[in-house]
Structures are given as structure tokens and as C-alpha cells.
Design a protein around this ligand. Structure first.
Ligand SMILES: [Zn+2]
Length: 151
């Protein structure tokens, strides 16, 4: 199991997000540079202590960790304890009901499925959801339940 914070909340859910950036955002730059930029939005603009997400997935399917999984993240207002937040790079102008491939690359589809499996190997995941299930938002720009039911 993965536990978060000093209260040791067990991680039982994964919530998927997007960075709401256009497909060519910071093209040619490393995912580390993109992570630094997203972190800047969260720290400088929102006043959080660190990037809100635990994992990032770039357009080419590469991944990088964000906030440590053992710390409570910041992704859904009032719903962060025991949650791992994953952010897909992209998704600008998306709606909640878009098909995954309208806003994201095939490499991201593969990487996200792999990351979900890898996390589920380390903690008892009982729910995988999208930010749009908790707020009137497009984020992540597709319906996670529908996307997961595809093979
Ligand atoms: Zn979100």
C-alpha cells in the first residue's frame, strides 16, 4: 500500500487530469522543463507548496514524477486524501465528452494504461476517475470510465 501524509491515508483512488495546453506547447523541450512550468503555475499562481500532480505524461508517452506519492496532492478541491493525481500534457480546448484521441496521442494512451497498472501493483486502487466526475470541468478532456472500458 501507499500511504499519504502524516495521517497515512491509504491510496485507493487515481484521478486523471490534463494540463490544458495546446498540442505543441513547449515543443522540443524536456518533460522536466514542462514539469517546472506547471509547478510554477501551482506554486506562484495558486500558492501551493509544490506541483499538485504526482505523475506527468508527455505527448510522446514519457513520464516523470511530480509531488511524491507519499504526500497528499492537489488536484480536486476537497478530494485529495488517498488520491494519486496523474496529468496528461495537452487537452487545451477539450470538452468532457471528447474521445481520448481527439486531444491526446496514442503514446499517452499506452503510457497512462501502463502507469495505472503499475500503481495498482503497489496499492489497492478501488477507483480510477477523471477530474470531470468531481467538478463541472472538461478536465481531463474525456470520460475516464468510457476510455477504460475500451481495449
Ligand atoms: Zn484537473
Amino acid at each position: 500500500m501507499i500511504y499519504q501524509g502524516t495521517a497515512r491515508y491509504p491510496v485507493s483512488e487515481i484521478v486523471i487530469h490534463c494540463s490544458a495546453t495546446p498540442p505543441g506547447w513547449m515543443k522540443g523541450q524536456s518533460l522536466a522543463a514542462k514539469r517546472a512550468e506547471i509547478r510554477r503555475w501551482h506554486v506562484d499562481q495558486r500558492g501551493w507548496r509544490d506541483i499538485g500532480y504526482h505523475h506527468l505524461i508527455d505527448r510522446d508517452g514519457s513520464t516523470l514524477p511530480g509531488r511524491p506519492e507519499t504526500e497528499i496532492g492537489a488536484g480536486v478541491e476537497g478530494h485529495n486524501r488517498g488520491v494519486i493525481h496523474i496529468c496528461l500534457v495537452g487537452g487545451a480546448g477539450s470538452t468532457a465528452d471528447d474521445p481520448f484521441e481527439k486531444n491526446f496521442a496514442a503514446a499517452q494512451d499506452l503510457a497512462l494504461r501502463g502507469l495505472l497498472t503499475e500503481i495498482a501493483d503497489r496499492t489497492a486502487v478501488s477507483r480510477v476517475s477523471g477530474h470531470n466526475e468531481y467538478a463541472a470541468k472538461a478536465c481531463p478532456g474525456f470520460r475516464v470510465l468510457k476510455w477504460r472500458s475500451r481495449t
